[in-house]
Design a protein around this ligand. Structure first.
Ligand SMILES: *[C@@H]1O[C@H](CO)[C@@H](O)[C@H](O)[C@H]1NC(C)=O
Ligand SMILES: *[C@@H]1O[C@H](CO)[C@@H](O)[C@H](O)[C@H]1NC(C)=O
Length: 290
């Protein structure tokens, strides 16, 4: 038992150990009205051209915590993509601004504009393939993932969020939206879809694909948020709210993996609380990065 524990611990440590180090971009990377921080990981061997993954930490988290706590940098070593780890502004409690009108609106400001600037900087200066730019995150980082999908659909080709909420669910004067967190912000698919479409009025291009994960025992962001996200993204993509397939015990026991079409997947984890562990390989597969 003890030996097993030690072995599992050692394997987990190896799985998350990137060969290189996390770096900080200290120069100007573009409009950044809230002073978000740009950290990044560039593996020694880059694909030509490299893809980009923007990976966003949870509340009270840091770029370093998400770099060491997830498998993305290790997978970047194997696959040659670049990872940007944005870090929320000083004084934010480590949380992302996912509630202001500015952050929810294309090029209007807020933390989302700082992250969009980092992304544009990488495309313009690091030779990143603009057709292979993706975002992921956990909790507050998952909420920011949906913010980016709605406000910057021109920049991102896909997003995957672990234990987040629908785009705009936290909108309002306060950083914490209790009604949304409790799963009591209930709207129709049309209303949720309109909220996404208001993020970038007039956007007529292909929208980024979306994957959401949630636990049924989440008492921080209640599981009803998972079903509100389903209403939202099926409306945005014009899919039926009934999944095409819903496979139980996929990708592991207790999870159910629902597919609504090529651009939207929703995975529910029975008995899992806040947060659902990052399933990095499933995320990369969804993005076509693996
Ligand atoms: C949200 O921000 C946009 C862009 O700055 C502005 O045009 C719009 O009026 C704002 N909406 C609200 C409800 O404040
Ligand atoms: C998929 O099936 C599981 C198990 O029956 C269910 O709990 C879950 O709500 C379903 N997912 C969707 C998106 O309908």
């Amino acid at each position: 038992m003890l030996i097993n524990t030690i072995l599992v611990g050692a394997l987990a440590a190896v799985a998350h150990a990137a060969q290189g180090t996390l770096q900080q971009m200290t120069g100007d990377f573009g409009p950044n009205p809230t002073n978000t921080f740009m950290f990044f990981y560039k593996p020694a061997q880059l694909a030509n051209p490299p893809s980009l993954l923007v990976a966003m930490h949870f509340c009270t988290g840091t770029a370093e915590a998400y770099f060491t706590g997830t498998q993305y940098a290790d997978l970047a070593d194997q696959l040659g993509f670049i990872v940007i780890y944005p870090q929320s502004p000083d004084g934010s409690g480590g949380c992302w601004d996912v509630h202001t009108n500015a952050t929810l609106t294309h090029n209007a400001g807020g933390d989302s504009l700082g992250i969009a600037s980092m992304t544009r900087f990488a495309i313009d200066n690091w030779g990143v393939d603009a057709n292979r730019v993706f975002a992921t995150g956990t909790s507050s980082g998952a909420m920011m993932t949906s913010v980016l999908m709605g406000a910057y659909p021109d920049l991102f080709k896909g997003g995957a969020g672990f234990s987040g909420v629908a785009f705009g669910c936290f909108e309002g004067p306060d950083a914490w939206n209790e009604q949304c967190a409790l799963g009591e912000r209930i709207m129709t698919p049309q209303q949720w879809g309109d909220l996404v479409r208001s993020g970038f009025p007039g956007f007529a291009g292909q929208r980024p694909k979306v994957q959401v994960w949630h636990g049924t025992a989440d008492t921080t962001l209640f599981p009803q948020n998972f079903f509100e996200e389903i209403k939202q993204w099926t409306n945005v993509f014009g899919y039926s709210a009934t999944p095409i397939s819903n496979i139980t015990n996929d990708p592991q026991a207790g999870y159910s993996f629902a597919t609504f079409g090529p651009n939207f997947e929703a995975i529910l984890a029975q008995g899992v609380g806040h947060t659902v562990p990052e399933h990095a390989e499933n995320v990369l597969e969804f993005f076509g990065l693996s």
